[in-house]
Design a protein. Structure first.
Length: 237
């Protein structure tokens, strides 16, 4: 699949005429969402920061609980997807969450991100810089994600995860200033001192002995295996 790098426009200051906020959450077999507080905090911060009508935390929690009570089966973990429109309307769906494959693959993406794009720090439906990756991942099930770098060759994030590299005894993840979303699991790992922030580069990712992990609010924090990267400037295979 060919990527028109000029058309995707690495100038991420795009005309997003309409988009919605997203939260993707994991509910356990008891209908509990372990990271719910973090999801609600991020949703509220984005709503207020982007000028959305915030319906209030109680209303959002009640809508989530109603969706969980109405799901077809409650004996397995579920993927809970929340969409919020600019006027504060909520749309919530739940689907069964299949098990994650053992040590999925990860590689570098061929597209460079602009670290100054403010929407990278909000989880929205307007994510054109990840469209090609989403299509590619849908056809390559051994890969969990592709990792993006910015204009300074610093690691940013994956299209649906944050990245971590072990340096000495510490797990390290890029700071928000590199151009990435503050993932809910990432924030949990930082607040519990399981990881620390530091700038990571493509060279760090390419170290043969590097230990890599990804995280997101749906799958937690897990090991991945690096494979041949799709370096910036190359096309998707």
């Amino acid at each position: 699949m060919k990527v028109d790098h000029a058309a995707i426009a690495l100038n991420m200051t795009t005309n997003a005429h309409h988009f919605e906020l997203i939260e993707t959450m994991r509910a356990d077999s008891q209908g509990q969402i372990p990271l719910l507080v973090g999801h609600l905090q991020r949703l509220q911060a984005s709503a207020l920061g982007l000028g959305f009508n915030w319906p209030g935390r109680v209303a959002v929690e009640q809508a989530i609980q109603t969706a969980l009570l109405n799901r077809a089966t409650s004996t397995e973990s579920a993927r809970v997807r929340l969409l919020m429109t600019p006027n504060g309307e909520l749309h919530i769906t739940t689907t069964p969450l299949p098990a994650l494959q053992t040590r999925p693959l990860v590689a570098l993406a061929p597209l460079t991100l602009d670290s100054h794009e403010l929407l990278l720090q909000h989880k929205t439906t307007h994510r054109p810089w990840y469209d090609q990756t989403a299509q590619w991942l849908a056809a390559h099930h051994d890969f969990f994600d592709l990792i993006f770098v910015n204009e300074r060759a610093e690691l940013c994030e994956g299209s649906r995860s944050n990245i971590y590299i072990k340096q000495d005894k510490d797990w390290v993840t890029p700071p928000l200033a590199c151009g990435l979303l503050g993932g809910v699991m990432r924030e949990h790992l930082l607040s519990t001192h399981q990881v620390r922030e530091a700038v990571l580069t493509r060279a760090d990712f390419e170290q043969p002995a590097a230990s890599l992990r990804l995280s997101n609010g749906l799958r937690g924090w897990f090991d991945v295996l690096r494979t041949e990267s799709l370096f910036p400037g190359r096309d998707f295979p």
